[in-house]
Ligand binder design. Sequence first.
Ligand code: MTE
Ligand code: MO
Length: 263
Amino acid sequence: MRIQKPVVRPGLDAASILKEARKLLAPRVEQPSRRAFLMHTLTLGGVAMLSGCTLSDDENVETALSAISRWNDRVQGWIFDPNALAPTYPASMITRPFPFNAFYGMEDAPAVDETEYRLEVTGFVADTHRWRLDDLRAMAQTEQITRHICVEGWSAIGRWGGVRFSDFLKQVGADVSAKYVGFKCADDYYTSIDMPTALHPQTLLALTYDGKTLPREYGFPMKLRMPTKLGYKNPKHIQAIFVTNTYPGGYWEDQGYNWFGGS
Ligand SMILES: Nc1nc2c(c(=O)[nH]1)N[C@H]1C(S)=C(S)[C@@H](COP(=O)(O)O)O[C@H]1N2
Ligand SMILES: [Mo]
């Protein structure tokens, strides 16, 4: 095999690309969203490779990395096995207390009023009636003890219960050939997932945590719990669910986190 000498383009030499890449890898406090983005796309070695041949003058490093992240989404989509189950754990391994995380402090977690609450379901669904919590509680419930993995470098084992999301999608007559399911939350958070993950048997519309009503800080009235995806893909305080073919993005995803976000 012949090893090609990298073509270094004027104004975008390997050294400046590496400098830019290191900046992107800076601690989260300085670069809140970019670090994780890079961690989930490629290593510094990969960036060095990039510098040789794929960048033209008018593309900056971030544009190239976004393209790689979108490619990464497609690859993760292809290799996702809809029948492969994430590990489950015994109750003795539950992390206590379970860590809180959001883009704000715990005291600012939204307090949703159950009596007023109606879940909105729109897009490619046959039934768009608004759901009360009790309607969801009346459906078949299931429970799982799984590991939540956050890109910020921690993980924790928790016990969530609720409605299998595939049952819910069936119930509302969702078009499961659509590409995305999007979520809007009471705290302005939003995210979206691929349909195969939405239909995965471990994807839960979680109403309980550790056998009790989901506490306010952990996402009352409900969160989507997916042990096959990283923490930021699991929306808490869900207010609206929509089925769509238009890419909906997400709170962190729109700032550079990888969209598929498999764990
Ligand atoms: N509505 C909403 N959902 C969210 C977030 C958020 O800020 N708001 N943060 C995400 C992130 S980054 C993580 S790690 C988990 C944290 O969930 P926990 O508080 O149950 O640990 O929620 C995810 N879902
Ligand atoms: Mo997270």
